[in-house]
Write a protein that binds this ligand. Sequence first.
Ligand code: AMP
Ligand code: MG
Length: 401
Amino acid sequence: MRSVEEHQRVVAGLITARPAATVGLADAEGLVLAEDVVAEVSLPVFDNSAMDGYAVRADEIASASADRPVKLPVAEDIPAGRTDIPTLEPGSAHRIMTGAPIPAGATAVVPVEATDGGTDVVTINDASAEGRHIRRAGEDVAKGSTVLRTGQQVSPAVVGLAAALGRHELTVIPRLRVLVISTGSELVSPGSPLRPGQIYESNSPMLAAAVRDAGATVVATPAVSDEVAQFAAVLDRYAGDSDLIITSGGVSAGAYEVVKDAFGRAGDQGVDFVKVAMQPGMPQGSGRVAGTPIVTLPGNPVSVLVSFEVFVRPALRRAMGLPDAERPRRAAVLTEKLTSPPGKRQFRRGVLDADAGTVSGYGPPGSHHLRYLASANCLLDIAEDVTEIPPGSQVEVWDLG
Ligand code: AMP
Ligand code: MG
C-alpha cells in the first residue's frame, strides 16, 4: 500500500500552475499577483481638501476667533470634480468640498463647522494653520514607486489600490479549471424524484463547492452512469478545457467500476490505481488523460471530501501560489477513547474546542456518514501505527475553520 505522503507527492506533481494572465480587477480578486505594480500616478493625484469648508490664505485668518471673526468674500465654489482651478486672490475665500483641488494661492482649509457657511461672504470663527486640512499630492503613493509585489494575494484593498492608481487589469496566476465527474448508475440529480434503488448525487455539488473554496474554478459537473461510453464522452467533451479532472466512484474492487474500466485495469492509459494506507479513502488513482491530470477519488461521500482535503486541496492552492495550502494543524486533548485500524492513517471527523484545547471524535468512522462531516470542524489525524488512543491524550487535528 502507498502511504498518504507518497500519494500527496504524486498528486502534487501532477497539478501545475497555468501561465500568468492579465484579467479584469473583479476576476483578479483572491488570486496571486504575477507582476509588481508600479504607480503610474501619485496618490493623492493632486493637493486636495480634506474637509468641506473654505480655502483661504492662512495668514489672513490667523487672528480669527468666535469673539473676533474674520469676514471674507466668497469668490468661487469648488466642488469635487471641478477641473478648472481658479486662483485664490488675496482677501477672498473659495468654498471648497472634500476631495476638490486646492486652488493656487490657498494655504489652508477652514472647515465649514468653524464658519457661518456663507456663500457670498463667509464669517470665519477660528484660525487654520498653514497646510491644515490639505491632503498633499503623493503623500500616500509617490508616482513611480512599487506598491504591490509578485506573489501578493489580491485582497479587496489591493483591488482598491490598483483601481485608485488607474489600473483596470492585473496580471495574476489564473484559477485552475477543474472538471468534476460523478459516476454511478444509481445517481439522480437532487430535485428529481427517486425510484427504488436510486440515491441523490451529492459528490459533484460537494466537490464543486470544495474546488471553489480552494480557489479554483469548476468547468462542469457531469454525472454519468457506470457505462464506459458515457464516461468517455464526457471526457472527450470537457477534458481539453480543464487543468484537472476529478472523478468520484468507480474505482473499487467490484464489477461495474466505470473509471477503472475506462482506463484499463492495468493502468495502461496513464492512470494508476493504487491503495493508499488511509481510512477513509483507500482506493485512489491518478495520472493523465490526453495530457490532462486526473485524480480518481472513491465514491463514498466522506471518502471523497477527506481525499480532496488530503490530496487535492493543498496541491491546487500551492500550484496557484495561494497562502495556507495546508490546513492549520493544532494539538488538542482528546476527550474520549478512540480506536483506529492498524496500518492505516485515519482521518476522523471531530469537533475542536479551540478555547478549551480539546477535541472529540464526531460520528462513527464509516465513510457514508456525511451528516457528521457536515457538522465537524476538524479532522483528527491518527498515525498508521496507532490503534487505540486513551482519553486525555494529545492528538493532532486539521482545523477546517
Ligand atoms: P463506488 O466506489 O462507485 O462503488 O461508490 C461507493 C459508494 O458511494 C456507493 O454506495 C455509491 O452509491 C456512493 N456514491 C458514489 N458516487 C456517489 C455520488 N456522486 N453521490 C452520492 N453517493 C455516491
Ligand atoms: Mg459506483
